[in-house]
Write a protein that binds this ligand. Structure first.
Ligand SMILES: Cc1cc2nc3c(=O)[nH]c(=O)nc-3n(C[C@H](O)[C@H](O)[C@H](O)COP(=O)(O)OP(=O)(O)OC[C@H]3O[C@@H](n4cnc5c(N)ncnc54)[C@H](O)[C@@H]3O)c2cc1C
Length: 402
């Protein structure tokens, strides 16, 4: 992305404003939405630099719609790659094909954007508003009350005490803010292991469609094109590169990682003015591509409410109004719990569908996908679930004349 020749001057955030811990995709989306509503937002991260790794790549359609409100969705589309369909192969044979043309959305495909690009788009937009991430800065202590909290931050050897109106914990899997909420991660104790690589494949490999390759009692292999000859390949084998067939002509490796996850979420997301969002609140298998999108949705939906509430003059906040505002945040919490429960269910289903299967189960899966692929109306409903959109409204027949 070209540097803006006239960047906005950096604004100094004041005490008594919201503070976001963690400048991953979740924290950046929260900071941007608050800044656009006029908050003198502060965002800190203990890491000296943003990630250079491609990590999570899927931007769901629902998330893309929310990013449109932040004015950055076009950048996501222009920097990403659009996957047009899904092919299922069983024992090397093409058994079913799903066309993403039937996704009930303007974007007829699945948008994939490497996480380092996602973070760059969001931090550039934040920089345009005059805010930058304060790096090498860590939250080390917090005492919260109903009106905000007193925090201790550490930058290098220097400690700082500050008061904030909101503490937003977008501080990832090992969240410090989650401890303040005194909530446990609940879910499945089972570990899901995935070996992931971003790799160049030969020019004959389909760059339009993603592919799920299954064989009875064998690890699964999933290939998602990323554009320009690069592909994300995922397997539940210990080493994904050993699973890549010769005829795919594997070339240079751009990034490789082992991902070990539990499917779990925090039952409480908000206590007073401390909130957790993103990986701090939920973690699930990367296979259904929900982690990052869900975090961005948490961030935008939460900060939309904070923005609305901040417009109310303090003199109007009577105990009755305070109680109604609490209801509003509780409703947000319930909605987010429901969303991540649903995303965990989808991730569990996808995990179960592609991991070790008998020949009979594979036959049933291929038949099911073939059936979906044959009927556009069924494809629309199935793809709405995949895209995390509400199933399309079925047009009701006009009432018969009496
Ligand atoms: C190595 C790796 C590979 C991954 N691969 C995949 C993949 O292939 N597919 C997939 O879907 N997902 C993958 N993920 C998960 C995905 O990256 C996360 O779901 C996503 O980053 C969540 O975003 P987030 O902003 O909620 O949290 P994070 O991106 O984890 O950001 C949290 C930030 O908070 C900062 N922080 C934490 N504590 C403090 C503190 N006390 N003070 C200040 N800063 C703090 C951290 O430095 C970090 O930058 C991977 C994750 C990792 C680590």
């Amino acid at each position: 992305m070209a540097d803006n020749p006239n960047p906005a001057p950096i604004k100094k955030a004041r005490a008594g404003q919201p503070l976001i811990v963690g400048a991953g995709p979740t924290g950046l989306a929260a900071a941007l939405n608050l800044a656009q509503a006029g908050h003198a937002v502060r965002i800190i991260d203990r890491n000296p630099a943003p990630t250079s790794e491609s990590r999570a790549i899927v931007i769901t359609h629902r998330t893309l719609d929310m990013l449109r409100d932040l004015g950055v969705s076009d950048k996501f589309v222009s920097m990403g790659h659009i996957v047009r369909g899904l092919i299922l192969t069983v024992n090397g044979q093409n058994k079913a094909q799903i066309d993403f043309e039937f996704i009930p959305h303007k974007l007829k495909g699945l948008l994939v954007v490497p996480q380092n690009f996602t973070e760059r788009i969001l931090s550039d937009a934040l920089r345009e508003m005059g805010y930058v991430v304060e790096r090498r800065t860590e939250l080390t202590r917090a005492e919260m009350d109903t009106q905000g909290g007193n925090l201790q931050l550490k930058t290098g050897d220097a400690y700082e005490a500050t008061h904030v109106s909101w503490l937003i914990g977008a501080d990832g899997e090992q969240s410090f803010v989650r401890q303040l909420l005194d909530t446990e991660m609940k879910g499945s104790a089972e570990e899901h292991h995935w070996s992931v690589v971003d790799i160049d494949l030969g020019p004959k490999i389909d760059s339009k469609n993603m592919e799920i390759c299954l064989a009875a009692k064998m690890p699964a292999l999933i290939r998602i094109p990323l554009g320009k000859g690069k592909h994300r390949v995922i397997s539940n084998a210990p080493e994904v590169t050993e699973m890549i067939p010769e005829h795919w002509r594997p070339g240079g490796i751009h990034w490789q990682s082992d991902v070990v996850v539990h499917h779990q979420q925090a039952e409480r997301r908000i206590v007073g003015r401390a909130v957790i969002i993103g990986d701090a609140a939920h973690q699930m298998s990367p296979l259904a591509g929900r982690n990052l999108s869900l975090g961005i949705e948490d961030a935008i939906s939460l900060t939309n409410i904070i923005n609305d509430v901040s417009r109310i003059s303090p003199s109007m906040i009577t105990p009755k109004v305070e109680e109604q505002l609490n209801h509003l945040f509780r409703a947000w919490e319930r909605e987010r719990l429901g969303r991540s429960r649903y995303a965990m269910w989808i991730s569990n289903r996808v995990d179960a569908l592609v991991t070790e299967r008998t020949g009979w189960e594979l036959f049933k899966l291929a038949q099911m996908l073939r059936f979906i692929g044959l009927l556009p109306s069924v494809q629309r409903v199935a793809l709405a679930l995949l895209a995390d959109l509400s199933p399309p409204e079925v047009e009701k027949p006009a009432p018969k004349a009496q």
